[in-house]
Design a binder for this molecule. Sequence first.
Ligand code: HEM
Length: 238
Amino acid sequence: MSASDHRDPAGSLSARLREVSFGGHGGGKNWSGDGPGQQDPRFAKAYMRGGLNREGIAAQAAQHFLMYEALERAAELHHERLGDSFEFWLPELHRLPRLTADLEHWIGSSWQTLVRERYNTAGIAAYVDRLNAVASTSLPLFVAHHYTRYLADLSGGLMIARAFRESYGMEGDTGTRFYTFDEISDPKAYKAAYRERLDNAGFSAAEQAEIAREVALAYDLNNNAAADLERRYKEYAA
Ligand code: HEM
């Protein structure tokens, strides 16, 4: 990065993505409540208020499994290609083994079939298609998806986990391992370091614009997947 390229913090990539995220959460109105941009998020509310049956809880874990399977595969491919110079190789964030344990808990040993068939709805399949199309071949687009998922998990995800465990009366993190980050004792500090990593990664102005656009798309893809759960709400209500 040249000296003339220097940006003040307000113009940094992390600040720009935060702006996109602010919009993605529904203009900021819903950050502590009802989730991003959903019209009538009965599923999301019920999820946090003990209102879903086992199938509904499994359906949410299945969506997470499918998206992280694609995202973490892309991370592995970048890592194989770039080795130690891949700055976003952060296995402490990886969720796949945890989601496997959660799905075994909610569904049992037949979880693979259900996840890949019954729970693999159009919205989640479109998300996975996008990840498979761009995340392993483009570092900026990979970073856009990496940022959107893991910073969400280290923010709203922690609140969701607390509400979920309390409302379903669950001890420890059995069934909700997805939400636990054993190696991250201070999520706030971790997120601050992550934002610095974004800002120091040396992305060009064009790449930064590409990342911001892809983050906005990632919100849409997440919302469309969530809408599939919403459409099946009656099936999933306890
Ligand atoms: C019920 C659902 C949700 C709640 C309650 C929620 C809440 C929050 C909160 C409180 C923050 C903290 C921001 C801070 O550090 O001050 C946050 C950040 C964030 N959320 Fe969410 N969120 C939800 C869903 C989502 C979803 C579905 C996504 C996208 C997949 C998402 C992506 C993000 C990202 C990327 C950030 C970090 C923004 C940044 O600092 O750059 N969130 N969320």
